[in-house]
Write a protein that binds this ligand. Structure first.
Ligand SMILES: Cc1ncc(COP(=O)(O)O)c(C=O)c1O
Length: 411
């Protein structure tokens, strides 16, 4: 890292963080200074294999040559103009997103949460336009979901722990159990305007939706003239081994939301929809100083180009299957520790019976970056560029961690 760093070592950074930054995160005790491909380096020069990608963001790995070149060129030429003017990367990214999906029109924002907000507004405006005599504003969301930290997105997030202490939440949301079609069907009233679902719940513990369930939601929305919104912010853009998550399930939504990996590490998010739905929003209904920033958009264009290269997604699927099989072997060797392996593509979860956070800590010490969500579910979200050697390396470390955890349990 920069030789002019004000901090002598990692511990100094960690100590300063504790005194300068309010504590809202449980951070791992590591200071990242460099990334290359699927590897990260800490301030002391130790290298780690990254199976988390900064929360499913670094899909092409760190320092991807084409993505870096595009970002650097745009940064030098023009980092920002705002949305009262045109920039080429934003328009090109919209074109690519629409061409590579069911959509015709795209709207941009900065983060996952902000694009959820836009989807909420779009659904309500669309319902008002479609049925002006009715009062339809309610969105049905799924228990265990996660949609972001702004008030609308957080209210859509059907997990009580995120609402605790900040109530009242916003009106206009109904929560039903995930993967339960009957609950959704019976939750529809003359106030419902949309159903929003993550095809694979990420924060909720790597829970894939059943294909049949999503297909039935599609039919339900058609029959009741409701919008079907897929939050693909974590599971989209190649993560499942298809360009979009909806393709993996064979179910086309009316609105798709993407974010995390779109900007190659810079914040950008997009809502993709059909032209007939997009027209429910008019000039003045959406705005953002930074949304669709040209540097982030230039990174997004490279990501979409890479995803569409022959063999790229086949490789993601093959590596995902190989990883899932190796995790399955580990699970079979440790039945007292591992409850289940689940997920799709390179979005895999391993539910432990205990010691999830401890497994993450020990893996990090041994040079593997993973995460734990929903209590004890180990979450593996490696960059999409990894291959079998990285999978073997990660699984060897996990094996050592699991053996150590079982030994400790016996003592
Ligand atoms: C499925 C899903 N939706 C929305 C969000 C919110 O995204 P952001 O943190 O960029 O606001 C996340 C973040 O983890 C997510 O996983």
């Amino acid at each position: 890292m920069s030789s002019n760093s004000v901090f002598k070592n990692s511990q100094e950074v960690i100590n300063q963080e504790a005194s300068s930054i309010a504590k809202t995160f449980n951070r791992q005790p590591v200071v990242w200074v460099k990334g290359e491909g699927s590897r990260l380096w800490d301030k002391e020069g130790k290298s780690y294999l990254d199976f988390f990608s900064g929360h499913a963001v670094m899909d092409l790995g760190y320092n991807h040559p084409a993505q870096m070149a595009a970002m650097q060129a745009q940064l030098q030429a023009l980092p920002h103009t705002g949305n009262l003017y045109y920039t080429e990367p934003q328009v090109e990214l919209a074109k690519r997103l629409a061409e590579a999906s069911f959509g015709d029109k795209v709207m941009f924002s900065n983060s996952g949460a902000e694009i959820i907000e836009l989807a909420i507004k779009l659904a309500r405006k669309w319902a008002k336009r479609e049925r002006p005599d009715e009062k339809r504003y309610e969105i049905i969301t799924m228990k265990g979901s996660f949609h972001g930290r702004t008030y609308g997105a957080l209210t859509a997030t059907a997990q009580e722990k995120y609402h605790k202490g900040i109530e009242p939440m916003l009106p206009g949301f109904k929560y039903v159990p995930f993967n339960n079609f009957v609950a959704v069907a019976s939750g529809i009233t003359n106030q419902t305007c949309a159903i929003m679902v993550e095809p694979v719940q990420g924060e909720g513990g790597l829970m894939p939706a059943d294909k049949k369930y999503l297909q039935s939601l599609r039919t339900l929305c058609d029959q009741n003239h409701l919008l079907l919104i897929f939050d693909e912010i974590q599971c989209g853009l190649g993560r499942l081994g298809t360009r979009h998550a909806y393709e993996w399930f064979g179910v086309t939504p009316d609105v798709m939301l993407v974010a995390k990996p779109l900007g190659g590490g810079l914040p950008i998010s997009a809502l993709v929809t059909r032209a007939d739905v997009a027209t429910a929003l008019q000039v003045g209904d959406h705005g953002s100083t930074f949304g669709g920033n040209p540097v982030a958009a230039a990174a997004g264009c490279v990501l979409l180009e890479e995803l569409s290269k022959p063999g790229f997604l086949d490789q993601v699927r093959a590596t995902g299957e190989y990883l899932a099989a190796k995790l399955g072997e580990l699970a079979a060797q440790h039945p007292n520790l591992v409850k289940e392996v689940r997920g799709a593509g390179l979005m895999l979860g391993m539910e432990l019976k205990h010691s999830g956070p401890e497994a993450v800590r020990q893996a990090l010490q041994k040079g593997l970056v993973i995460n734990c969500t929903a209590g004890h579910v180990l979450r593996l979200l490696p960059p999409l560029i990894i291959g079998k050697p990285e999978v073997d390396e990660a699984c060897l470390i996990l094996k050592q961690v699991f053996e150590a955890l079982e030994r400790a349990k016996e003592e």
